[in-house]
Design a protein around this ligand. Structure first.
Ligand SMILES: Cc1ncc(COP(=O)(O)O)c(C=O)c1O
Length: 386
């Protein structure tokens, strides 16, 4: 029997990161996936147990339960954000999809950071929207640089995405650079463009950092995307939220409705219960110092062996490989070889853009034990006989 019609859509391939994850030997050490090694903490699980036995768990409003949206809006009250401008989403991934679908089409171009999270380009492809990269430079530790971003903006550009702390580098953005971008967009001769701020790692900065949230009142076309996956170790719960410009709220929530209906009610009620609590605040402080120690562990293990970049936030460092490491091949070849032969998984830099060709990304999300084993193995590979 022949197959029914199947359109050939090259953007519908599984990501390289997921392919590597699925080919990994069972006993491989995983410093590849961007996921916290410690699971969801007890105080969140306990809240979920209480919710399961006390709350109605049917559909919620498409945009999310009102008490949660009220809390999230109150956090940005100084910027004039109201609950009707918040949409609770199935992680930042769905928040990005709903946004791209709402603001992009074949005639509108979005600028994406190079290097940046690889799903941005695929999501733009899914929306049949043109996309181009703007540079983050190695010499500036891959930090957001407004001049480089502005230089890439053309008359047909309708949106620019800024992401920090960044995946894959972990670098932060400074207030001055963000302000420069906002100033430019306010005064752009062809009119304003959307500024999309992916802040899924918000709060996970170990050096000075800023947020585009500080500019929402000044420039009303900022879309802020935040979530609980990384900061609260809730990757599998699927919780994110979009803070939307007034004009965008209705069309955005409509896309979200047709894609997801609503986020799991258990997830929403649970997060609402713990959000803003003393336990949450204490836990977040402890987490930050834990990640800072892990970040320093990577630095102490690999500094002086290979050049390191980023390392300012999230849980990532970039490591530059040498021509001898690459042996005429690519960073992807190196990652596959060390995965299959040495049983250590890292992520090829090239999947995040051309500016990280020849590099690997290390995630220090895993537990201290896994990270220590992984770093020992990496040192043996990069510095044999030392
Ligand atoms: C930069 C960035 N944005 C968005 C996401 C999506 O996160 P989630 O959908 O779990 O909130 C990730 C996940 O790795 C990420 O690294």
């Amino acid at each position: 029997m022949s197959t029914p019609y199947l359109p050939h859509n090259p953007s519908l391939k599984q990501s390289r990161l997921r392919q590597l994850f699925e080919m990994a030997p069972k006993d491989a050490i995983n410093l590849g996936l961007g996921q916290p090694g410690e699971d969801t903490p007890g105080f969140i699980r306990e809240a979920a147990e209480r919710i399961l036995s006390s709350k109605p768990l049917g559909y919620t409003l498409n945009a999310g339960i009102l008490p949660l949206r009220e809390k999230l809006a109150a956090e940005l009250a100084d910027q004039g954000v109201t609950p009707d401008r918040i949409c609770v989403t199935a992680g930042v991934q769905e928040a990005l999809y709903a946004l791209f679908y709402a603001i992009l089409d074949a005639k509108s171009e979005i600028l994406l950071p190079n290097p940046g999270f690889f799903t941005y380009a695929s999501l733009a492809d899914l929306c049949k929207a043109p996309h181009r990269g703007y540079d983050l430079s190695k010499e500036d530790n891959f930090r957001f640089n407004a001049d480089l971003a502005i230089a890439a903006i053309r008359p047909e550009t309708t949106a620019i995405l800024v992401a920090h702390p960044s995946n894959p580098s972990g670098s932060n953005a400074s207030r001055e650079e963000l302000q420069k971008l906002v100033e430019y967009c306010k005064n752009r001769p062809e009119g304003p463009i959307w500024i999309v701020s992916d802040e899924v790692y918000y709060g996970m900065s170990y050096t000075e950092s800023a947020s585009l949230a500080e500019f929402i009142a000044e420039y009303p076309y900022i879309v802020l995307l935040r979530g609980a996956s990384k900061s609260h170790h809730m990757t599998g719960w699927r919780l994110g939220w979009a803070v939307l410009p007034k004009e965008l709220a209705k069309p955005y929530i409509a896309v979200h409705q047709y894609v997801t209906t609503c986020v799991s009610s258990v997830t929403q009620f649970t997060f609402n219960e713990i959000r803003g609590s003393k336990e949450e605040a204490q836990w977040l402080v402890a987490q930050k110092s834990m990640y800072k120690r892990k970040r320093d562990m990577v630095f102490e293990a690999l500094n002086g062996i290979r050049p390191l970049y980023g390392g300012e936030g999230a849980f990532y460092w970039l490591v530059e490989l040498t021509a001898v490491d690459l042996n005429g091949g690519s960073d992807d070849d190196w990652v596959v070889r060390t995965l299959m032969e040495d049983k250590i998984m890292t992520t090829p830099g090239s999947i995040f853009g051309s500016n990280t060709d020849g590099m690997i990304r290390i995630s220090y999300g895993p537990t201290f034990d896994v990270l220590a084993d992984g770093l020992t193995r990496l040192k043996q590979i990069l510095q044999p006989g030392a």
